[in-house]
Write a protein that binds this ligand. Structure first.
Ligand code: UDX
Ligand code: UDX
Ligand code: ADP
Length: 479
């Protein structure tokens, strides 16, 4: 008798669910993987025959989709059917910061997780293994288990935590060559057997030693801690960048020097205009909220400072543009190179570019944007969203009417048009292509003095000054 085929369903076809399930399907041809989402447009985009239209841009993703889609990888809106068919259900829905009510601006909004848990309970027709993939506050697995048991007493549910550590822009490589996979489970027979099942999926392509097994709470808290520590490194080097600009030290030289200490390590020490992305700020605010909830105010403040330093860095970058442009940017053309929160992704969530643009718009600057992967409507929606839900440093900020935002912000498909006649250029994302532009031509077509504010330190002062630019990087200054 042939072995029963294993079915996986993943609820949520976003930046995490899409790439993760694609890589699982690629390496496990004998397992059927269904990725479901309530968003029909998103599912249609995942099924588009033109792979340039996939909803997520990730290097290498197209090739994986090409190999597995239609074979054992399916994208569908049939939530009910997928839950019925699945032995294992991954929850990979979004968990943004709450924008209303208790914990507003701090706690994770778990309404999508709760809704999909209730759907699992409603449609389950047998015992299921439920795996948390989304980043969640500690002890969410417990809430998921309680909801499942309360809603459906006929079947048994085993809830595991298997947080995702992929970084956008390198998601496929991070999945294929993961440093480690973390699985948290209860030490019950059901828990341990489910853990082995999930582990065996990853063992299709990763050595067994890289699969770490912990209890559920350690697994959940490891994810928050990893993101908090990574963000803290960026805020720490960014804090030093401010000091460098006052003293004549160069932050790149400092990063290099300290990174050679094997206890510190060389990664994640690039000073920048500020970290963005859907995880860092959200996870630290989440951690802070948890600490306050457990009456640990000193611990909460310690981590909160990482986010405050990041706000300071974004603000400092924008203020420096205003100050350098003779204390006003009103009516001036400021061209942005990059809008995504880092290179090689089309994701713009929490991107520093949004905050910098928002600040410059307060002074009624004209913002002209070019990003190789971000479309015009996304830029406008990001600004409108920030204006609606501005929680940090919001006291003196004014929200502009939508027509005014649309009037002041222009997005281009071609960099040279975005940069023509600019008073200043601000580099917000470190896309490789920016380095190979014809900077002489750009200079010739700009207002003088031609200012460049390099928020990613991707260009060199020597080259830019030779052309004639007034160039400012992060963490180094001509004193
Ligand atoms: C430190 C720096 O390591 C060294 O490079 C510099 O030249 C001088 O300052 P030192 O203070 O001698 O050296 O010892 P170190 O090993 O850094 O430990 C400092 C303190 O941190 C100790 O009390 C140690 O117990 C504590 N520590 C260190 C921890 O509590 N946890 C750790 O993981 C590491
Ligand atoms: C992060 C974690 O790295 C990943 O493990 C987790 O699963 C999700 O959150 P991501 O947000 O996709 O991944 O990208 P990451 O590479 O961590 O960058 C986050 C932000 O920090 C970006 O805006 C990036 O530009 C910035 N950054 C990163 C710096 O400014 N300097 C650095 O040295 C590194
Ligand atoms: P992440 O970066 O965590 O992957 P995304 O926002 O990119 O976050 O993706 C989450 C996806 O989850 C979205 O496409 C959203 O439509 C989907 N989603 C949220 N709730 C549900 C639900 N109950 N059922 C199916 N899909 C859902």
């Amino acid at each position: 008798m042939s072995k029963k085929k294993l079915y996986i369903a993943c609820i949520g076809a976003g930046y995490v669910g899409g790439p993760t399930m694609s890589v699982i399907a690629k390496h496990c041809p004998e397992i059927d993987v269904e990725v479901v989402d309530v968003n029909k447009d998103r599912i249609n985009a995942w099924n588009d025959s033109n792979l340039d239209n996939l909803p997520v841009y990730e290097p290498g993703l197209k090739e994986v989709i090409q190999k597995a889609r239609g074979r054992n990888l399916f994208f569908t809106t049939d939530v009910k059917g997928a839950i019925e068919r699945a032995d294992i259900i991954f929850i990979s829905v979004n968990t943004p910061t709450k924008v209303y009510g208790e914990g507003k601006g701090m706690a994770a909004d778990l309404k999508y997780v709760e809704l999909c848990t209730r759907q699992i309970a409603k449609y389950s027709n047998g015992d299921k293994i439920v795996v948390e993939k989304s980043t969640l506050p500690v002890r969410t697995a417990e809430s998921i288990r309680r909801i499942l048991e309360a809603e459906d007493s006929k079947h048994s549910f085993t809830v595991l935590s298997n947080p995702e550590f992929l970084a956008e822009g390198t998601a496929i490589d991070d999945l294929e060559n993961a440093d480690r996979v973390l699985i948290g489970s209860d030490e019950t027979p059901f828990g341990l057997s489910a853990l082995e099942k999930i582990s065996s999926i990853y063992e299709h392509w990763l050595p067994k030693e890289r699969v770490l097994k912990t209890n559920v709470w350690s697994s959940e808290l490891s994810k928050l801690t990893a993101n908090a520590m990574l963000a803290q490194r960026v805020s720490s080097i960014n804090a030093i960048s401010a000091l460098c600009e006052q003293t004549g030290a160069d932050v790149a030289e400092i990063s290099h020097a300290i990174g050679m200490d094997s206890r510190i390590g060389s990664k994640f020490l690039n000073a920048s205009v500020g970290f963005g992305g859907s995880c860092f700020q959200k996870d630290i605010l989440n951690l802070t909220y948890l600490c306050r909830y457990f009456n640990l105010p000193e611990v909460a403040e310690y981590w909160e400072q990482v986010v405050k330093m990041n706000d300071y860095q974004k603000n400092r970058f924008a203020n420096n543009i205003i100050k350098t442009l003779f204390n006003t940017v009103s009516g001036k053309k400021i061209s942005f190179l990059g809008w995504a929160f880092k290179k090689d992704t089309n994701d713009t969530r929490e991107s520093a570019a949004i905050y910098v643009a928002d600040k410059l718009l307060q002074d009624r600057a004209e913002i002209h944007v070019y990003d190789p992967k971000v479309n015009s409507e996304q830029v406008i929606q990001d600004l409108l969203y920030l204006q609606k839900y501005r929680f940090v440093n919001n006291h003196d900020f004014e929200s502009l009417p939508e027509e005014e935002v649309r009037d002041l912000v222009k997005v281009y498909n071609d960099p040279y048009s975005a940069l023509k006649d600019a008073h200043a250029i601000a580099i917000l994302t470190e896309w490789d292509e920016f380095k190979s532009y014809n900077w002489q031509e750009i200079y010739d077509n700009m207002h003088k003095p031609a200012f460049v504010f390099d928020g990613r330190n991707i260009l060199t002062r020597t080259m830019m000054s030779k052309i004639g630019f007034k160039y400012q990087g992060i963490g180094s200054a001509e004193l």
